[in-house]
Ligand binder design. Structure first.
Ligand SMILES: [Zn+2]
Length: 205
């Protein structure tokens, strides 16, 4: 059945539309990771949020599993084998609309490829109310996430998200995890936007 589907609807690169795979070998990110330093986290990303990577992130949001698989293969290189990877949750409204949480899928695939584990312990408590809030409140991001594990004392966690823009979401997630005793100092994302930090830099890994 799978091969019939593939025959009728061959995979197409999300960025350049070439037939064959979710992200072709020319479009899959291959440069060393970008690094941004947030107040309490170091973020590593596959690249800047533009061009092929932007197209890939949008395809991931639309539920392209083949694109998730291609990105996860690259993200796995940024995840240690003993890591506990925590996906940043998508709002319930967005998930309902799309019937899919691309970041959770990405985290599971990347952790699996790295030989690591995921722990889906964050819940978005105010995501659907975000639209009515003032921009400065949204950017402050205070109290948007809750950790649902009662005790994470001693756990070293790595956050995973699709895009890092201001970093406020990642910082807020880290705060919620630390309130349950976890230690969090790292995040990995698919892309960093221009605003992903004045501290953003490309480093040789
Ligand atoms: Zn391509």
């Amino acid at each position: 059945m799978q091969s019939l589907i593939e025959l009728l609807f061959p995979a197409q690169c999300a960025a350049c539309r070439r037939l064959g795979s979710g992200l072709c070998s020319s479009c899959v990110p291959s440069a060393p990771p970008l690094v941004a330093r947030l107040p309490s986290l170091q973020v590593r990303a596959l690249g800047a949020y533009d061009g092929a990577l932007r197209a890939a992130v949008l395809a991931l949001k639309d539920g392209r599993r083949d694109v998730a698989q291609a990105l996860a293969g690259r993200l796995a290189a940024l995840v240690a084998t003993d890591a506990l990877v925590v996906p940043v949750p998508t709002s319930a409204l967005r998930r309902r609309m799309r019937g899919f949480d691309g970041v959770v899928l990405l985290a599971r695939l990347a952790a699996h490829a790295a030989g690591a584990q995921t722990i889906e312990t964050l819940m978005l408590v105010a995501g659907d109310a975000q639209r009515g809030r003032l921009r400065r409140e949204r950017l402050a991001g205070v109290g948007r996430f809750r950790c649902v594990s009662s005790c994470l004392a001693g756990a070293h966690l790595v956050l995973l998200d699709d895009v890092c823009t201001t970093g406020s979401t990642l910082e807020d997630c880290a705060l919620a995890l630390r309130s349950c005793g976890a230690s969090v100092s790292e995040a990995v994302t698919v892309a960093l936007t221009q605003r992903g930090g004045p501290g953003a830099q490309r480093v040789v890994s």
